[in-house]
Design a protein around this ligand. Structure first.
Ligand code: AMP
Length: 328
């Protein structure tokens, strides 16, 4: 998760909530990274970057990641990421990077002026993954192409040096990916870059703000349908039902079995109550942690050490295979 600005409900329901569940799987060893080296591919204010780094760590912890079980760490604090990235960059064709749709989208028409960091971003992502011999990476649709490139780079390395050192990772799509849409426009993704604060629920919003935003959320004059098919063509309505289902951990069918035929005057207050019930403990814990940065730092230092031990092992193997000089 990149430390770029406040986390919102889309980040929580579409990513964090699912990632937290992964640490409960038998025999899993999970690493949760604050991707600050990725964040600086677009300019960041130094103070805001530090603050946002701690905020993501706080959200990880408040969202349920257990630091005694999993590593919560900061990418830039583990030097192996940059080092492996460089080594992998020497084996990555520019043509492949040029085909990355995210680069094309982000660079726009002005690709000549885009930074090298933005262009090379998928190589850093490959290093992030391969450094830990990661078997599974929880990604959304938008990152699948980058993951495919990471598999490709691993295969190139292994073929070139005749050793199966880098493990091609598998994408891991957890459950039904929840796509949370803007509260103001159900056809647009809820996003931190939306100018309107009313479009999103931030994880730092209190109960009053959550209630106001949900009350103003886009709907239509019809009552809730009895079946999911009845949500077609009703983007605002569908979004609120999706949010309810994801927060409650039930299906949309179950939501409609309970609320089908009811009006928004009944459903919205129920959604406010549910959202506040589920989000306020997370917000409270995040605020508590943000008021005590030393506590966050202790957890990060511990996580950085766990990650660094694994990362060093892989970098050493790669260095040895490539023939870099070392004593002894
Ligand atoms: P971002 O901060 O946009 O890079 O997103 C961080 C994570 O949250 C990624 O895994 C995204 O796929 C996920 N995410 C962001 N916005 C949404 C949304 N509106 N609905 C569902 N998931 C989202």
């Amino acid at each position: 998760m990149q430390p770029t600005s406040h986390l919102h409900l889309g980040n929580y329901l579409g990513a964090l909530k699912n990632w937290v569940a992964l640490q409960e799987e038998p025999d899993s060893q999970c690493l949760y990274m604050v991707a600050d080296l990725h964040a600086v591919t677009v300019p960041q204010e130094p103070e805001a970057l530090t603050l946002a780094t701690r905020e993501i760590a706080a959200a990880f912890i408040a969202g349920g990641i257990d630091p005694s079980k999993s590593a919560i760490f900061v990418q830039s604090a583990v030097p192996g990421h940059s080092e492996l990235m460089w080594l992998l960059a020497t084996m990555t064709q520019m043509g492949k990077l040029e085909r990355m749709t995210q680069f094309k989208d982000k660079a726009g028409k002005n690709a000549e002026r885009a930074g090298l960091g933005l262009f090379a971003y998928p190589v850093l992502m490959a290093a992030d993954i391969l450094l830990y011999k990661t078997t599974h990476v929880p990604v959304g649709e938008d990152q699948k192409q980058h993951l495919e490139l990471a598999r490709d780079i691993a295969a190139t390395f292994n073929t070139r040096f005749g050793e199966d050192v880098l493990l091609p990772p598998e994408p891991y799509i957890v459950g039904e990916a929840t796509r949370v849409m803007s509260l103001q426009d159900g056809t647009k993704k809820m996003s931190k870059s939306d100018d309107s604060e009313k479009s999103r629920i931030n994880l730092t919003d209190d109960a009053d703000i959550i209630a106001k935003k949900i009350k103003k959320a886009q709907t239509d004059p019809d009552p809730l349908p009895e079946a999911v098919e009845g949500l077609e063509g009703r983007a605002g309505a569908a979004n609120l039902v999706t949010i309810y289902a994801a927060l409650a951990g039930i299906s949309k069918e179950d939501v409609l079995a309970e609320y089908g035929g009811q009006g928004w005057g009944v459903f919205k207050p129920a959604l406010v109550e549910l959202a506040v019930e589920k989000l306020s403990p997370i917000t409270a814990r995040m605020n508590e942690l943000m008021a005590d940065p030393a506590q966050i730092d202790t957890i990060l230092v511990e996580g950085n050490e766990k990650a660094d031990v694994l990362a060093r092992g892989t970098v050493q193997e790669v260095r040895d295979i490539m023939g870099f000089w070392h004593v002894g």
